[in-house]
Ligand binder design. Structure first.
Ligand SMILES: NC(=O)c1ccc[n+]([C@@H]2O[C@H](COP(=O)([O-])OP(=O)(O)OC[C@H]3O[C@@H](n4cnc5c(N)ncnc54)[C@H](OP(=O)(O)O)[C@@H]3O)[C@@H](O)[C@H]2O)c1
Length: 301
């Protein structure tokens, strides 16, 4: 199968590309810097600067992962625009690619798996959250909704669209865990605020597994919560990580300090949702790392 991947050079994309290549698929990757990312991608990857550069090489499936990191910098109005544009514009290009392929009666992609995030639901307190739960209106929700709504437009061209509302992706060598490890290794880790906010998480291997699962299952579409079946609160996450590292975690960070340092972006650390992967489990997806203990012992062990 020819698979077109945006964000293939990223933390999730690199692992996905490796697994797709191992499974014998051909990789078409969109990157803003094709030459700079070449050595992060499997040999033979066809890397081009824009989605629409692939109109002469129609993919059988699309995986859409591109986007400016949500925690790159404080959420000023300009930064909010950058977070939205970096996702919605490239997603719109994918829809345009489908439109152009249909117009030229070319081969059509069967499926688009498009990333979204747990932020879709906004702050949900301690309510259990499935794909049916109404969202709380705030910036993260509005960002994810525009991203998802744009991706859904591909369905107008007969493409099956699956949306992955992704939790915190854990693995070595990148993502949030890499930023958390230094203070925890020094015994300076601690919960954020009162620690009661939920932190849905997923091992990177399971996220890639879920994408491959959706690529193969012709009967699945719509939103899927992509997080492990056993989410934890921030306090539990802190305790489990400290225990794995054999260090104390006695340095709670007061909410006010995070609010002062990060402004509105502190909501990423101080609010959350008890998100459950209801639809993936119903579809028969099996998590290799269902509990945080298992995931962290794999990653840190
Ligand atoms: N990692 C997580 O914990 C997590 C949690 C929830 C949701 N997600 C979502 O899942 C997707 C993949 O996550 P990830 O951790 O692999 O992401 P990542 O490593 O931060 O980046 C993905 C790719 O997006 C492209 N990109 C970055 N900034 C961009 C910009 N300003 N404009 C256009 N493209 C840009 C880059 O590709 P090039 O430089 O090659 O163009 C980058 O390699 C993202 O959309 C993310 O929002 C991730």
């Amino acid at each position: 199968m020819r698979v077109l991947i945006t964000g293939g050079s990223g933390f999730v994309g690199q692992r996905l590309c490796r697994r797709l290549k191992e499974a014998g698929h051909r990789l078409l990757v969109v990157s803003r810097e094709p030459e700079q990312v070449r050595d992060r991608l499997p040999e033979g990857s066809d890397i081009r600067r824009s989605v629409l550069d692939f109109v002469d090489t129609p993919p059988d499936a699309i995986v859409n992962l591109a986007g400016e990191s949500i925690a790159a910098r404080r959420w000023s109005d300009d930064q909010k625009k950058r977070l939205i544009d970096s996702r919605v514009n490239i997603t719109g290009d994918l829809v345009m690619l489908c439109e152009q392929l249909q117009a030229s009666q070319g081969r059509m992609p069967r499926l688009m798996v498009s990333a979204s995030a747990m932020g879709y639901y906004g702050d949900q307190g301690d309510r259990e959250v499935t794909e049916q739960t109404p969202p709380h209106d705030e910036f993260a929700h509005r960002l994810c909704k525009r991203w998802e709504d744009t991706a859904r437009e591909a369905a107008d061209f007969g493409v099956r669209v699956a949306l992955l509302r992704i939790g915190l992706v854990l693995d070595a060598g990148g993502g949030s865990l890499q930023k958390m490890l230094p203070p925890f290794k020094l015994g300076l880790g601690g919960r954020f605020g009162d620690g009661k906010q939920f932190m849905p998480w997923i091992h990177r291997e399971d996220l890639v597994g879920a994408i491959l699962f959706l690529l193969e299952r012709d009967d699945l579409e719509g939103p899927f919560n992509a997080s492990a079946p056993h989410p934890v609160t921030n306090a539990e996450f802190t305790r489990t990580l400290a225990k794995q590292l054999g260090r104390p975690a006695l340095m709670p960070v007061p909410a006010i300090a995070l609010e002062t340092a990060f402004g509105e972006m502190s909501r990423l650390l101080l609010t959350g949702a008890d998100m459950r992967p209801t639809r993936l489990l119903e579809a028969g997806f099996e998590f290799r790392f269902p509990t945080l203990e298992k995931a962290l012992s794999d990653i840190l062990g």
